[in-house]
Write a protein that binds this ligand. Structure first.
Ligand code: NAP
Length: 261
């Protein structure tokens, strides 16, 4: 029997990100680090945007995998510098993918939330995210292609407990995702979000250290375990890739089944 000859060039997987330049915010730890690694393993060049020094370990991990990596400093609470940092990113090359990952949480009873703490959460999770998306999204719209993937939350749908500012900011991220999808979709730019469930990162340390809350959360997760940061990477690769060219304005839950209960 004669063996079939392999085609000279294998067809490109729709999930392949080779040659794409992806920006990830807050990639020094947690979900951002796992997403940056996932994008790099799918072939992307990755630009890590975050606070000074925080991205260095991730940059080393990506470079060890052979990925082209750039690091730029950005504090998303410092809105005045977002225009310049975005210009620096764009001066070095086109951006094909923006992953808005950086985010903070503040836990307090709603009646006790201080105005400064409220502002801090909204400044990073919403206003900084919007201003960066506006700067890096504009050239995508002009060029006619690009992907924006924001990390939303189950608290884009639910209210949570003692996290009013966070829930408000993440509901807003879902709304912004849909608003931008409507505006930018006709130009060939897809804007989607991922709503991770309960993932074991620094963001959820307080919950995991509270035995009653931790047990109650675990009891509701059909997967029977907390998520790992790596559980979110595949969804980020999908939404960053041409496999998701007809997916727009969607908030994809990656939650071990939590929302099905
Ligand atoms: P994390 O480990 O606390 O990481 C937060 C990341 O955001 C860090 O890299 C941090 O950088 C960065 N960041 C915070 N403030 C910043 C600022 N002002 N400027 C730039 N970067 C800033 O938490 P995580 O769980 O990985 O969270 C990542 C995203 O997932 C967040 O948007 C979070 O709301 C969302 N999320 C998490 C969960 C979960 O269960 N873990 C669930 C739903 C959604 P530094 O190292 O410099 O502080």
């Amino acid at each position: 029997m004669t063996a079939l000859a392999e085609p000279a060039t294998a067809p490109r997987s729709p999930f392949d990100l080779t040659g794409r330049r992806a920006v990830v915010t807050g990639a020094g730890r947690g979900l951002g680090r796992a997403v940056a690694l996932g994008l790099a393993r799918a072939g992307a060049d990755v630009v890590l945007l975050g606070r000074p020094g925080a991205q260095d370990g991730t940059a080393q991990a990506l470079e060890a995998e052979g990925a082209r990596t750039e690091v730029l400093d950005l504090d998303l609470a410092d809105h005045d510098v977002i225009g310049q940092v975005s210009a620096d990113v764009l001066a070095a090359g086109e951006v094909d993918v923006l992953v808005n990952n950086a985010g903070i949480i503040d836990r307090a009873d709603a009646v006790d939330v201080a105005r400064d703490d409220w502002d801090r959460v909204l400044d990073v999770n919403l206003t900084g995210l919007f201003l960066l998306t506006q700067q890096l999204g504009r050239p995508m719209v002009e060029r006619g292609h690009g992907k924006v993937v924001s990390i939303a939350s189950l608290l884009s749908f639910q209210g949570g407990i003692r996290v009013a500012s966070y829930a408000a900011s993440k509901h807003a991220v879902a709304g912004l995702t849909k608003a931008l999808a409507n505006e930018w979709g006709p130009a060939g730019v897809q804007v989607n979000a991922i709503a991770p469930g309960y993932i074991a990162t620094d963001n959820t340390t307080a919950l995991r250290e509270d035995p009653a809350r931790s047990a109650a959360i675990l009891d509701r997760i059909p997967a029977g375990r907390w998520g790992a940061a790596e559980d979110v990477a595949g969804a980020a690769v999908f939404l960053s890739s041409s496999a998701a060219d007809y997916v727009n304005g969607h908030v994809l839950v990656v939650d071990g089944g939590w929302m099905s209960r």
